[in-house]
Design a protein around this ligand. Structure first.
Ligand SMILES: *Cc1c(COP(=O)(O)O)cnc(C)c1O
Ligand code: SF4
Length: 347
């Protein structure tokens, strides 16, 4: 029998790369030459949140380094089992704001659509580890209920696709939604929150780009990278394609202990993002979800880091430090203290 081969010139489809993701923590350690550390690094189980990492993301990790900042984001560690007071299953109050159509209405002018519960990568710090919305997404209801509720509220000018990761849906599915939104006169902008351009940049393929280009709405893509090492040539190329589609590109990060809680690392992230055509937008304090306490960096340390960034970067490369509080009318900015001039004036 002739073994099946991939045709040489065909790019590998993103769906295949998605399926080939590593879903076993021991295999992940083995690929990085870290098998010997399995006992000290790993949790007994996955705490109900499976391991999942695309191979292209693993390729950006340093071989043989148990403290690699990309690895720490995806490795199920023993500390996840700790029950720490203040860390709960619904840290951002989304369970209360949720409607059955998959639409979250927390902030004025914007409607956030839980498009899908799936992600290409399972980030250990994510609130999603406890969010039981797999079956209640907007896509599952074929969008109709979601579109109807957005059409009924003329204060909504921007629709945000979130999840999970909305780009885990096929382009045909997104096109169905885009067509529905484009028919609603008060909707002017489509914003997509996705980590896929970072963890699986092949997702930004020709089919997706031609859909996005033709979509008659303003487009904003908010990607999610936490460390400069996440941005390689394939990611930069995906970002360039997105900009060619007319999308404005922003990044949100989460401040994570051991991953990006120092100023040089955050400064390099901002520089690498900008080189790829992406502006830093938010730096989030961790949502206090059960199992993620070992990632927490306190607000005072966050403020100090932002001041250090201000001292070394142009203002547009300094992200806004924010925290999400259930019931608030926006993300809450954590203002840093004004700097005192030597003569005591506030500058
Ligand atoms: C974060 C968020 C938004 C967007 O907030 P911006 O400050 O505009 O980025 C909208 N809706 C919900 C439910 C959110 O959590
Ligand atoms: S929603 Fe975002 S942060 Fe959470 S697991 Fe998915 S990609 Fe990671």
């Amino acid at each position: 029998m002739i073994p099946a081969r991939r045709p040489v010139a065909q790019p590998i489809r993103w769906q295949q790369l998605w399926r080939e993701a590593v879903t076993n923590a021991l295999e992940l350690l083995d690929l990085l030459g870290l098998s010997a550390h399995a006992e000290s690094l790993l949790a007994d189980g996955d705490a109900g949140f499976p391991t999942r990492v695309p191979r292209g993301f693993i390729a950006r990790m340093r071989h043989g380094d148990p403290r690699d900042p990309l690895l720490l984001q995806v490795l199920p560690r023993a500390a996840e089992a700790l029950d720490v007071p203040g860390f709960s299953d619904d840290a951002v109050g989304d369970l209360a704001a949720r409607s059955t159509s998959g639409v979250l209405r927390k902030y004025h002018g914007r409607a956030l659509l839980i498009a899908t519960g799936s992600c290409a990568v399972n980030c250990r710090y994510c609130f999603r580890r406890h969010f039981p919305y797999a079956e209640e997404t907007a896509a599952a209801g074929h969008w109709q209920a979601a579109l109807t509720s957005i059409a009924a509220d003329t204060s909504i000018s921007e629709v945000i696709l979130s999840g999970g990761d909305p780009l885990s849906l096929g382009t045909a599915k997104l096109a169905e939604l885009g067509a529905g939104l484009a028919r609603i006169p008060h909707v002017r902008r489509l914003r997509i929150h996705s980590r896929l351009p970072i963890v699986l940049p092949e997702r930004i393929d020709e089919e997706f780009c031609s859909w996005l280009t033709d979509l008659p709405l303003q487009k904003v893509m908010v990607v999610h990278a936490n460390h400069g090492n996440e941005i390689d040539a394939a990611v930069s190329a995906a970002c360039a394609r997105l900009r060619e589609c007319g999308a404005s590109l922003l990044n949100q990060s989460v401040l994570l202990r051991g991953v990006n809680d120092n100023a040089p690392v955050l400064a390099r992230l901002s520089e690498r993002l900008f080189a790829a055509g992406v502006l830093p937008y938010y730096l989030h304090l961790l949502d206090r979800v059960r199992g993620a306490a070992h990632f927490e960096v306190d607000a005072a340390c966050g403020r100090r880091l932002i001041e250090e960034l201000r001292a070394c970067l142009p203002g547009y490369l300094v992200p806004r430090l924010v925290r999400e509080i259930a019931g608030a009318s926006s993300k809450i900015p954590l203002e840093t203290a004004p700097m005192m001039a030597p003569d005591g004036r506030i500058e």
